[in-house]
Design a binder for this molecule. Structure first.
Ligand code: HEC
Ligand code: HEC
Length: 312
């Protein structure tokens, strides 16, 4: 199972290292383990993964709506509110780590957290989830067919992660532009792309995901956001002073579909998020035309998820 994760990472490194550009188009496909991904898809949509059968991964990560839940903070089991904005699961296989603070190194490791988070799926332990699935002969059979053994925490995590790695969104207008179709972007969108580079957004939002490739402080020149965040980000993982308010730089792919913005969901519109980024991360005055052009460019990063499970 770990080998498959490495295979995906090697594939991704091949894409980025072969390129002399700071950003790369998404690939049309990725290597994945099809039987595991198929089971992972069923698990992803299964409310049986939550303690009372009401919440699935898809409750908070809606595949057809940008891979998030369109709320400032997520609402899980028993209507309980979390404190953070749900990031997209789309293209998440390309991130250097998972969660806003990067505390999960892999999608496998990440997938086990929501199962036992009290305000998400609310289980006592991941073993309880595996036992619940094995008590249902249909689920037990599916695991035996796929892995030759009943459900285990490890198999659940692996199957879900394999499904998530297939959730890629190639073919956006921006990717078509990168691949040589100059007219895929309007003049305003091309101006936005130029500004994105010359202003320095690309210093942090780079790689295949225009993000997801590094950790950076939120609020370099000025505090970021409409209120001081209680969330310390990377500091929670490293306990180093310089990591206060440091976050994984979020991907900008499909960002027009993932409002509201920032780790605390405090910013409702893309224009406002771009304005705050120009002030807080780059220390520049946000001119209205620049904000409009960059926002127009960001809207070209959307494409629907490709159904690799059927097209394979
Ligand atoms: C109640 C809502 C909720 C449920 C249910 C939920 N998530 Fe999440 N998910 C979140 C929130 C909020 C975060 C951000 C938490 C953080 O960064 O600490 C997150 C983060 C993630 C990330 C990290 C993405 C990134 O770029 O950092 C992935 C991947 C993910 N969830 C997948 C899943 C899977 C798979 C399931 C089902 C097993 C699931 N989620 C269930 C709300 C939810
Ligand atoms: C120094 C690094 C850095 C630079 C430069 C930077 N960003 Fe960001 N960006 C971040 C970080 C970190 C976050 C997450 C902040 C948070 O959640 O509190 C972020 C968040 C965002 C978001 C919100 C995404 C989401 O899903 O919530 C958008 C949109 C964005 N940046 C666009 C831009 C644009 C446009 C520029 C250039 C004008 C830019 N960024 C420059 C680091 C940077």
């Amino acid at each position: 199972m770990a080998e498959q994760h490495n295979r995906f990472n090697d594939f991704m490194r091949g894409l980025t290292e072969a390129s002399s550009q700071p950003v790369q188009p998404l690939p049309e496909t990725v290597p994945f383990d099809k039987p595991a991904a198929q089971l992972g898809k069923e698990l992803y949509f299964a409310p049986q993964l939550s303690a009372n059968g009401t919440v699935s991964c898809a409750t908070c990560h809606i595949i057809q709506q940008g891979g998030d839940d369109n709320r400032p903070v997520s609402i899980g089991i028993h209507g309980r509110k979390g404190e953070l904005n749900a990031p997209t699961v789309l293209n998440s296989g390309f991130n250097l780590a998972q969660f806003w603070d990067g505390r999960a190194a892999t999608l496998e490791e990440q997938a086990l957290h929501p199962l036992v988070t009290p305000h998400e799926m609310g289980n006592q332990s991941v073993q309880v989830v595996a036992d619940r699935l094995n008590a249902d002969s249909k689920w037990r059979q599916k695991f035996i067919q796929t892995f030759g053994e009943p459900a285990s925490p490890q198999a659940i995590a692996y199957a879900i992660a394999e499904y998530e790695r297939t959730l890629i969104t190639p073919g956006s207008r921006f990717d078509r532009y990168l691949l040589g179709d100059h007219d895929a972007l309007t003049p305003q969108e091309r101006r936005g792309w130029k500004l994105f580079q010359s202003y320095g957004c690309i210093g942090c939002h780079q790689g295949i995901n225009l993000g997801g490739s590094m950790f950076q402080k939120a609020g370099i020149y000025h505090p970021l956001g409409v209120r001081e965040s209680r969330w310390l980000g990377r500091y929670n993982v490293t306990h180093r002073e310089e990591d206060r308010h440091v976050f994984k730089v979020p991907t900008l792919r499909n960002v027009a579909e993932t409002a509201p913005y920032f780790h605390d969901g405090s910013v409702p519109t893309l224009e406002k998020a771009v304005t705050l980024m120009i002030e807080a991360q780059l220390g520049k005055q946000p001119r209205a035309q620049v904000v409009a052009d960059i926002t127009a460019f960001l809207k070209t990063l959307s494409a629907p998820p490709k159904d690799l499970l059927h097209g394979h």
